[in-house]
Design a protein around this ligand. Sequence first.
Ligand code: XBP
Ligand code: MG
Length: 261
Amino acid sequence: MTALKALLWDVDGTIAETERDGHRVAFNEAFAAFGLGWRWDDAHYGRLLRITGGRERLLHDMAGRSDAPVLAAERDALAATLHVRKNDIYARLVRDGAIALRPGVLELMRQARDRGLRQGIVTTTSAVNVESLLQVRLGADWRVWFDVVVCGEQVRRKKPDPEAYGIALASLGVDPLEAVALEDSPGGVAAARAAHVPVVVTRSTYFGDAIIEGAVAIGPGLGSCRGWRPTPRAGGDGERAVDLHDLEHWCRQMDLVSQHG
Ligand code: XBP
Ligand code: MG
């Protein structure tokens, strides 16, 4: 690969475990606030995560419920109202400290910044949710960390469509092979791969066992070199965190496989 110039960060599941104790809890509180007896438990929410986008997820769930509005227009309106309330509750949960950054994320962001790499947020989550989380976790000036921030409102098609990655690459002016995407879900990996961006996967709560193909490396998290396949570069079997040299090492290995494999 050519020199690494940019890191493209997914948000939910990758930067932070936002889903189980964040979005899921907020959806349930929103249902209760509107007098709905619906409740998304862990297992049901895990299945629903195949649907990207909170509003789309609500509509998908309503399609299987006999107590949801029958008319499509009423469902759309209810989904939109619930989604706004859910995002307000999510912001409150985040402000109250319910969601931390995953181990190793800040360290890798700092290293990338210190080495002059460009960084982007590439998510199809709503902008307000990205703002809520990063403001609390990176500070009021969180935006200075990123040269581009792509959120759900900017795309016509959410992940696994590559549109969000296409927008980020065009905005940064970098070639896909000069970037590495960090993702946690099959849909996120598919989106990056379809944009020809090499992907490093950190397993998250809901996608711990998911079949994920096409990643340059998969591991339990950036905070430690343990459990990664392929293994990080030499010296990576101890307790140190995954760093930029590991990302470059994995990308070089991918090049060798594609040239000779
Ligand atoms: C994240 C999502 C989002 C969040 C909720 O996927 O699918 O829908 O669950 O956020 P990814 P919104 O990590 O691939 O970006 O309610 O704002 O959609
Ligand atoms: Mg994700």
